[in-house]
Design a protein around this ligand. Structure first.
Ligand code: SF4
Length: 348
């Protein structure tokens, strides 16, 4: 008798909304701030994002309560993973309070992408608040190259301290993301591989992308995934590994000698739109169905206009159901010039 009762009272598993290409909605990326303490040349070039740049005011950005409400609604729509991004998420004060709220949502995989600059100080608190995993962006071990790329003269050593603090706090394996740009840091590819091989951390190389419309992207500056794998494999043999799940962004490779794994994120040369299950919520509550979108959908007006959860759920379902995005499959030199939304605003 008891068994029967339990079966009928268990909450039904959320049914994933599907887009025009049948892709389920699984991953929500939430940008908690449009601000950053770095000025990475491929994301937030200083000449555009200078001291007079009109960043969003406090009243314009979603509160933690609003983000948590949206997260619950997305969970009901089948979202299994939330990645907190920015700008630089750790510059948003008391972020661990938001993480505590999100960690209470059952069945949610909670992760965060950071530039690591503030991680040494915050790693323990993030973990204690309920963060499960973390990704740290690091574009070189060469201090001069790294300082030039972050363009705020920030030293590598402090990011590496952040990585170790995250691992010590239990946020491991730590994923390390390196954007590779030809003529900028491609000479750092092998030193990064040597440093993280055998460390237990997972290094992923990202092809330089035409995100936003201010980084002056050119195809000739892209070091392809194939070049990167050949470069590393020539030194330490690699073999491909099956993805952990459908829609995983990074293509996995492991060292044949068992000393670890790396990944390549090849949005430019090996588009993965076919399995893209990601949606993005900007700092001020706009929804974007693609990293390379040119426009979004305002949800903040609903949140602050008294809309019910049902109304917001229906709106989001409607937006996703109409989704046809596959930008990386149709990228050209012309599309690269479109007024696309900045990555620093909607998160990577
Ligand atoms: S380009 Fe857009 S649709 Fe394609 S994988 Fe990236 S976010 Fe998804």
């Amino acid at each position: 008798m008891a068994e029967l009762r339990t079966a009928s009272t268990a909450p039904a598993a959320p049914v994933a909304a599907r887009d025009r290409q049948g892709r389920p909605l699984r991953d929500l990326r939430v940008s908690v701030t449009d601000r950053c303490n770095f000025r990475c040349v491929y994301c937030m070039p200083k000449e555009v994002f200078g001291k007079d740049y009109p960043f969003l005011d406090r009243g314009e950005i979603l509160t933690f309560e609003e983000i948590a409400r949206m997260a619950r609604i997305f969970r009901e729509l089948g979202v299994e993973k939330i990645r907190l991004t920015g700008g630089e998420p750790l510059v948003r004060r008391n972020l661990e309070q938001l993480i505590e709220m999100l960690a209470r949502i059952p069945g949610l995989d909670l992760t965060l992408t950071t530039n690591g600059s503030l991680l040494k100080r915050q790693a323990r608190a993030l973990r204690d608040a309920g963060l499960k995993r973390i990704t740290v962006s690091l574009d070189s071990l060469d201090d001069a190259v790294f300082r030039r790329m972050n363009d705020v003269d920030f030293p590598v050593a402090r990011v590496l301290e952040g990585v170790e603090a995250a691992a010590a706090a239990g946020l491991s394996p730590v994923k390390i993301n390196m954007v590779v740009k030809r003529g900028e840091n491609d000479a750092s590819v092998l030193p990064m591989a040597r440093h993280f091989r055998g460390s237990g951390h997972i290094l992923r190389y990202i092809e330089y992308m035409d995100v936003g419309h201010t980084n002056g992207w050119r195809m000739e500056d892209v070091v392809t995934a194939r070049e990167i794998i050949e470069m590393i494999g020539a030194e330490t043999p690699l073999e491909p590994v099956e993805p952990n799940y459908t829609g995983e962004v990074a293509e996995r490779w492991r060292y044949r000698d068992g000393s670890g794994e790396i990944g390549v994120i090849a949005s430019v040369t090996q588009a993965f739109c076919r399995d893209c299950t990601r949606i993005r919520l900007s700092t001020e509550g706009k929804l974007y169905t693609c990293l390379f979108a040119t426009g979004g959908h305002d949800l903040r007006a609903l949140l602050r206009g008294g809309a019910s959860d049902r109304e917001i759920t229906d709106t989001v379902t409607g937006i996703w159901a109409k989704r046809t995005d596959r930008y990386s499959e149709i990228r050209t030199a012309q599309t690269a010039k479109l007024q696309k939304i900045e990555m620093s605003y909607i998160g990577g």
